[in-house]
Design a binder for this molecule. Structure first.
Ligand code: NCD
Length: 327
């Protein structure tokens, strides 16, 4: 085989250097009340067609989902497409070389992928995965769930949907039912610090404690929080109930894991049309979904049910997040 000389040998192109000023969305802790208000306003403007024309036409958003997802992945894809962006990603990250078997680090993955796109949306089973990718990414990284840690964009969606349902969260009482260790709960309590609810009620499984960091964020959010062991008390006394699966122990599992969280929710922790009727509850029901048996489909046609509306609103919040980080 003959090689043709092309003259001077060019140095290998360096991966883009770190840009410390790149803005990411890694944790709800980093968001202040002005950020939340601005994002809710932008999402609402997008919903009602009052937003200025998209600045993101032709940009590319990488969807890196190392863990299963329906809403978050399709939601970001739908949001990207609605803004005139392209969404790229792999159906199955285990088929990529950025996995344990090949040994590529998350840092390298961030450095490489960020040179091929304008933003990265990452879901991963490891706590801190989004920060690791962001540490070497030259484009904004959005944490779409990192193991047991956080899910800040879902929390923004929840605040947007709660404000829509209740008008304001100020002075309202809010319940969290189900596994309190989940990442959606951890991120949402961070944002509740700015919303000044009157009271937070937890209805966790008997065998699971509310994590200490969630308790301290709650103490900052409201002087009053209590733990109950029957969801009917939450239905009776709260303005809104945030549901979550009763047991989310699979949240830190790798995609290939065959571990399945226990699925049976005791009747004390299940919301059904019957329990809503018994308590004559007007509490609005939210759920990041997917649900298991903790929120019965008999609730779906009740005026209390806001969880599918929450999904509809999620697209506008994701568009607002992309606009804010990429513009
Ligand atoms: C999450 C999921 O699908 O895993 N839901 C969501 O993003 N809407 C729930 C979670 O991450 O806890």
């Amino acid at each position: 085989m003959t090689f043709v000389s092309v003259g001077k040998v060019l140095p290998l192109r360096r991966i883009h250097p770190l840009t410390p000023s790149t803005r990411h969305m890694l944790s709800a802790k980093d968001l202040n009340i002005d950020d939340v208000d601005a994002l809710c306003e932008a999402a609402q403007a997008l919903e009602f067609g009052r937003a200025p024309a998209s600045q993101l036409t032709g940009m590319t958003v990488s969807l890196l989902f190392f863990q299963p997802s329906t809403r978050t992945r399709l939601g970001f894809e739908a949001a990207a497409v609605a803004l005139g962006c392209h969404a790229i990603g792999m159906q199955d990250m285990s088929a990529s070389r950025s996995n344990k078997r090949s040994g590529e680090t998350l840092e390298d993955c961030g450095a490489v992928v960020s040179n091929l796109c304008d933003a990265i949306v990452l879901r991963h089973h490891e706590v801190g995965a989004a920060s690791r990718i962001a540490s070497r990414s030259c484009k904004p990284v959005i944490n779409a769930g990192d193991g047991w840690n956080e899910h800040p964009t879902q929390a923004l969606i929840d605040i947007f949907a709660l404000r829509r349902g209740l008008g304001t969260l100020r002075g309202k009482s809010l319940a969290f039912c189900g596994d309190p260790r989940g990442r959606t709960v951890r991120s949402l309590v961070q944002l509740l610090r700015h919303e000044k609810p009157a009271e937070i009620v937890f209805c966790p499984p008997k065998h699971v404690a509310v994590p200490p960091d969630v308790v301290s964020a709650l103490e900052e959010a409201t002087g009053r929080y209590r733990i109950v062991q029957d969801v009917r008390l939450a239905l009776l006394y709260c303005d809104a109930v945030m549901m979550a699966p009763y047991d989310m122990s699979d949240i830190g599992e790798v995609a290939s894991s065959d571990y399945i969280s226990p699925r049976e929710t005791p009747h004390t922790h299940k919301v059904t049309a019957e329990s809503v009727a018994q308590t004559q509850s007007t509490a609005l029901l939210y759920h990041p979904l997917p649900r298991l048996d903790e929120l019965d489909p008999s609730c779906d046609d009740l005026p209390n049910a806001k969880y599918f509306e929450q999904v509809r609103l999620s697209k506008f919040m994701r568009m607002a997040i992309l606009e804010q980080l990429l513009s």
